[in-house]
Ligand binder design. Structure first.
Ligand SMILES: NC(=O)c1ccc[n+]([C@@H]2O[C@H](COP(=O)([O-])OP(=O)(O)OC[C@H]3O[C@@H](n4cnc5c(N)ncnc54)[C@H](OP(=O)(O)O)[C@@H]3O)[C@@H](O)[C@H]2O)c1
Length: 279
């Protein structure tokens, strides 16, 4: 029986290429994005090229807890086991915006969705003989700071400040979860995919849009950006490896702050309170 991988944000960019790459490696797939039409097109492409791949696709907005909860409920009804969860969905909010749950949008989509969805699907991952959780972070986490007194950046919003905070949260979450799951068969690792030419900057404006556009010619193609995610999902070289940060398929040190266990525990506790889930 094929292994099953769930890739969030697989409707475009790195996630889409990760899904195609895993189909090539004989995984069955759970696809996710916001737009069902994009997911249907991807399903058709994969079915045509990798006919033995079983595909299940579901659309959900991860900017709301309700969206995440409904998505997870749907998945749990269909799958008792998930072998690989790739938390990949991501955004850069161009303006300060609170979700309906009251959290800054970039933090909500990039960190709280990883935290919440993983908690809701933890039993499915425990049912795998070798569950792997892969959190897509970014090298920009090195510039990140967790603004514990104002996680929403209400007083100090800036698109990239919010993005960097969320990507640092991804690494702190990875390390804390790997410690919590150390006595289980689940591994948890973080990935920087490289600077990749995707639509991530689509909503940015002004200077950030301009600076991002300057780097476009030097950025990787989405398929190249997916290589480390695919490696972490299926390579025997990382069997049993947990609590690490990977770049270009190699373990690398993450920022000094990302190893701060006290900060990781504090973020965990706050995330539990925000999402209303304990695991
Ligand atoms: N591109 C880079 O240079 C780079 C570098 C480092 C890290 N990353 C990380 O890589 C991951 C993938 O990004 P990408 O570059 O491939 O960007 P992308 O092409 O914009 O893909 C982002 C994916 O996330 C989904 N998504 C966005 N907001 C969502 C929401 N509110 N609810 C549910 N799904 C949502 C998108 O769905 P739609 O198709 O509906 O938009 C899309 O499938 C992100 O976590 C990003 O932080 C990217």
């Amino acid at each position: 029986m094929n292994k099953i991988a769930l890739i969030t944000g697989s409707s475009s960019g790195i996630g889409k290429e990760t899904a195609i790459g895993l189909a090539k490696q004989n995984f069955d797939l759970i696809l996710h994005g916001r737009d069902i039409e994009k997911l249907d097109n991807l399903s058709d492409f994969i079915k045509k090229n990798y006919p033995s791949t079983k595909i299940f696709a579901s659309a959900a907005d991860f900017g709301t807890f309700e969206g995440i909860r409904n998505f997870a409920d749907f998945i749990k009804q269909k799958f008792s086991k998930i072998d690989v969860l790739i938390n990949n969905a991501g955004t850069v909010s161009p303006v300060f915006q609170l979700t309906e749950d009251g959290f800054e949008r970039t933090f909500a989509v990039n960190h709280l969705s990883y935290f919440y969805l993983t908690g809701l699907l933890i039993d499915q991952l425990l049912n795998s003989s070798e569950g792997r959780i892969i959190n897509i972070s970014s090298q920009l986490h090195f510039q990140g700071k967790i603004h514990f007194d104002d996680l929403n950046l209400t007083n100090n919003f800036d698109s990239i400040r919010a993005y960097n905070q969320s990507k640092l949260a991804n690494v702190l979450f990875t390390y804390h979860l790997s410690r919590k799951l150390s006595k289980t068969k689940i591994t948890v690792n973080a990935v920087h995919p490289g600077a990749v030419n995707t639509g991530l900057d689509r909503d940015l404006k002004g200077t950030y849009k301009f600076l991002w556009s300057l780097s476009k010619p030097f950025q990787l193609k989405p398929a190249q950006g997916a290589e480390t995610s695919i490696f972490m999902a299926c390579s025997h070289k990382v069997k049993g490896v947990t609590g690490k940060y990977y770049v270009k398929k190699e373990e690398k040190p993450s920022s000094d702050f990302s190893y701060n266990q006290e900060a990781a525990a504090r973020l965990w506790e706050l995330s539990e309170q925000m999402c209303g889930v304990n695991y």
